[in-house]
Design a protein around this ligand. Structure first.
Ligand SMILES: [Mn+2]
Length: 355
């Protein structure tokens, strides 16, 4: 662990000791990393520190991730905004996981900003918002928030002295690291394998986790995948692939949240494709996912064209109608024009960009 973390870790330890009710907040559309880190930390705080905890979710997670959450106590702001705001206000410490700004927490944003409780950040995204989190554990040289939390928890005296990492906390961490790395396909660092190896040795059932993550999809996903690859996927000059799933396509395949998980990564397997863009229609906007390889910055494209951001190679945002485009039917043209412009603009500065 980074040595500058040592004193911050002591502060975190003291904050935990001095709090009685701790809220664990994550980003909108909670993914495996958000849920895994929140659940693992919640278990640690309850079992090792005897604290009350509540996992604070802006909206509901897809059902295939419910095994990560198990019986952990959580509240969903989209289902009951007043109760969620009350839950945030009842906490004397907030830990913000897997996001870099309250702006990423949807309906939780205002309650979090208004809370007088200390706010701790544990995250792996670029550029955390200044002036709100202290201490801020922000590290982009890890696979996932789960990996970063694993190293923080491992350094806590009550865990390091306990003779092995507790399996009940290790399983959600392993699950979150696995989804964020796409099962070790991207954003893998030496510490990622170390964590996986140590958790396996501690008795974490990785086969069980993989089965629940990758062998329990709905049939609808595979029917929709056929349409995605066969009809919807378009290739543009300059190595850009994109696909648009409008409301009509979603209804045709009876899609639910999570059914199109990972589609955006698939076109990167085509030789010469540097950036892949996937749009999925929601109420009044498209959810946009962007993935890239090499020196092509998905995060720049998402922030410039889709009010979003994220990691260098994996980012997301939104495309609103009628604000950004007149109607959903105009999405494809918007993507084509903005991608061409983006490639043109980023071409000369290529040498300055990192791999
Ligand atoms: Mn993450």
């Amino acid at each position: 662990m980074d040595s500058s973390y040592k004193s911050e870790l002591r502060r975190l330890d003291a904050l935990f000791s001095g709090s009685s009710r701790i809220g664990l907040a994550v980003h909108v559309h909670p993914d495996g990393d958000a849920l895994g880190s929140a659940v693992a930390l919640s278990r640690y705080l309850r079992e090792f520190r005897r604290k009350e905890t509540v996992v604070l979710l802006p909206d509901m997670f897809p059902s295939f991730l419910s095994f990560i959450v198990g019986t952990e106590n959580f509240i969903v702001a989209e289902s009951d905004a007043a109760a969620a705001a009350e839950a945030v206000a009842s906490c004397d410490l907030l830990v913000c996981l897997d996001h870099n700004s309250p702006g990423r927490t949807g309906l939780l944003e205002q309650p979090v900003r208004q809370s007088a409780a200390p706010k701790v950040l544990i995250d792996h995204h670029l550029d955390p918002e200044e002036g709100i989190y202290s201490p801020a554990f922000s590290d982009t040289e890890v696979s996932s928030t789960c990996e970063l939390l694993y190293s923080l928890l491992s350094a806590m005296p009550d865990i390091s002295g306990s003779g092995g990492f507790p399996v009940g906390m290790g399983e959600p961490l392993m699950a979150g690291m696995t989804t964020d790395t796409n099962n070790f396909a991207n954003s893998v660092f030496p510490g990622t394998f170390r964590m996986a190896s140590e958790l396996l040795a501690a008795g974490v059932d990785r086969d069980g986790i993989l089965f629940r993550l990758y062998n329990q999809y709905r049939e609808n996903r595979f029917r929709a995948m056929g349409c995605f690859l066969g009809e919807k996927l378009k290739l543009l000059p300059g190595g850009v692939a994109y696909a648009v799933f409008d409301r009509c396509t979603e209804e045709r395949f009876g899609l639910e949240d999570g059914d199109t998980e990972g589609f955006v990564n698939m076109p990167l397997g085509i030789g010469g494709v540097r950036m892949s863009i996937f749009l999925k229609e929601d109420k009044g906007f498209f959810r946009v996912s962007v993935r890239s390889v090499g020196d092509c910055a998905a995060s720049d494209f998402a922030s410039r064209c889709f009010h979003g951001g994220g990691h260098f190679h994996a980012a997301g945002g939104r495309l609103y109608f009628p604000e950004d485009i007149p109607s959903p039917a105009a999405a494809a043209e918007y993507v084509e024009i903005s991608a061409a412009r983006f490639l043109q603009d980023s071409a000369p500065s290529k040498n300055n960009m990192r791999k």
